[in-house]
Design a protein around this ligand. Structure first.
Ligand code: EPZ
Length: 417
């Protein structure tokens, strides 16, 4: 098992190039089932993407990944298997996103129920609720979702009881080929969803967005060649912004659109961090007098749950009592016991973490539990005294491309052992 070894308290300076978005690439890979020839560029070379490609290959898509220029070329052959097996969905729950496209184009699908994960039970009831509204017959058997739409899907009015990224994506993918008009309300509107919509528009889809309502006029899938560049990863960018806030002499984060990070930028400014934004980069430096802050995780454009753990590390260095309420997932504080072992002063009371700072963190041997908790431990290791060893970094490799290299380029002492 590989580990990361970090020697803390090194001042960081240099440029960081942000990769393509994992959470945009995954639904767009699923959407590729609706086309016949797709070329994706600016794809992040991270484990979840390779797992999704393995699933699409199993279904019958021929896939060429060119690592040199981060391109994936997908071509649809004839014999499509409308099956997503447990072995490929259990490690990467976004595999459930093939349900919508398989149903709307091939009128049936058998997809393994994705397991839960460290951060929560991760149900898919809202995905199934939407597909049933579109006319799918769905039953659960032996841990599989067995869906049938032999007469084709039909447009419908669907109001989500709660905002869900994945359910919005699956509903969009199914509505693409449903007969007539679909109106989805109370949708998630993350930038990754807007990227999926721009991909579906290239497939001829007529989609309009008003606030959290999305309308789609169904289309029959076209045999079209599609080229699409994946948007940048705003969560990766946010993670490096926090590294700059913690240790930056001056870090410049490039290949991004600061507009989608407005919320995070304003929080950091409120905490006293110096930030200068340009059209596609942000430069950031640390401050000695970090102000406390109170945050609640919300769907976009609110504070993203995927940056909760990372911001908590910053709060350990702020003056006074900071608070962070995790409102999206039921168990996303797995990083707290590890941070406390490094000397952080954090108490948790009903979904809120109370973080007392500033506290001196000390290097320790720690264990990653999920993707964003792992990167929070990297940030903690970078500001802690002495050495930190992080175990189970396969979690990290699911969503951060070339993490050590990007930090080494900014003079951090971090290496994989
Ligand atoms: C997506 O997960 C992201 N994953 C997550 O990022 C992200 O944390 C999450 O959205 C919230 O922004 C990808 O895009 C691949 P949800 P998703 O459906 O779609 C509940 C990362 O680190 N819910 O918006 O699974 C659910 O339990 C990952 O990159 C239901 O109850 O999230 C949660 O409490 C982690 N029923 C809330 O909704 C459902 O059918 C939001 O989940 C679906 C979700």
């Amino acid at each position: 098992m590989q580990k990361l070894l970090i020697k803390g308290r090194k001042e960081l300076s240099g440029n960081i190039l942000i990769s393509g978005s994992k959470n945009s690439t995954l639904p767009i890979l699923a959407a590729s089932l609706l086309a016949t020839d797709v070329k994706l560029t600016n794809v992040p070379l991270v484990k979840d993407i390779f797992t999704m490609c393995k699933l699409l290959k199993f279904i019958g898509i021929s896939i060429k990944i060119k690592k040199s220029n981060k391109t994936i070329h997908l071509k649809q052959k004839t014999n499509i298997k409308t099956l997503a097996p447990y072995k490929l969905v259990k490690t990467m729950r976004a595999g459930v996103l093939v349900l919508g496209p398989l149903l709307t184009k091939f009128k049936k699908a058998k997809v393994s129920l994705p397991g839960g994960c460290a951060i929560g039970t991760r149900p898919v009831d809202l995905h199934l609720f939407a597909l049933k509204k579109l006319g799918a017959k769905i039953k659960i058997k032996d841990g599989y979702i067995i869906a049938d739409a032999s007469k084709g899907l039909k447009g419908a009015k669907i109001k989500f009881p709660l905002v869900s990224v994945g359910a919005t994506e699956n509903a969009l993918l199914a509505a693409y080929g449903a007969k007539g008009k679909t109106v989805l309300s109370n949708c998630a509107i993350e930038p990754e969803i807007l990227d999926l919509i721009s991909f579906l528009k290239k497939l001829g889809s007529d989609i309009k967005i008003f606030g959290r309502t999305i309308t789609i006029i169904g289309k029959s899938p076209k045999n079209k060649k599609i080229n699409h560049k994946i948007i940048f990863d705003r969560i990766e960018a946010g993670t490096y912004l926090i590294a700059g806030a913690l240790l930056g002499k001056k870090i410049v984060i490039k290949k991004i659109d600061p507009k989608t990070l407005i919320f995070e930028i304003n929080i950091l400014k409120k905490m006293g961090i110096k930030i200068i934004t340009s059209k596609n980069s942000i430069s950031i430096s640390r401050t000695n007098n970090l102000k406390k802050i109170e945050l609640i995780t919300k769907p976009y454009p609110g504070f993203p749950t995927d940056l909760q753990a990372q911001f908590m590390v910053l709060m350990t260095q702020a003056n006074g009592l900071s608070k962070i309420k995790e409102n999206i997932f039921e168990n996303r504080f797995m990083h707290v016991p590890e941070l406390k072992r490094m000397g952080a002063k954090i108490e948790i009371k009903n979904k809120t973490a109370y973080v007392y700072g500033p506290s001196n963190l000390n290097g320790a041997e720690v264990m990653a539990t999920d993707l964003r908790a792992s990167v929070c431990l990297v940030l903690a290791g970078l500001i802690a005294n002495n050495r930190t060893i992080i175990n189970r970094i396969y979690h990290l490799d699911r969503g951060y491309e070339f993490l050590e290299k990007k930090f080494q380029n900014c003079k951090a002492e971090i290496k994989r052992i």
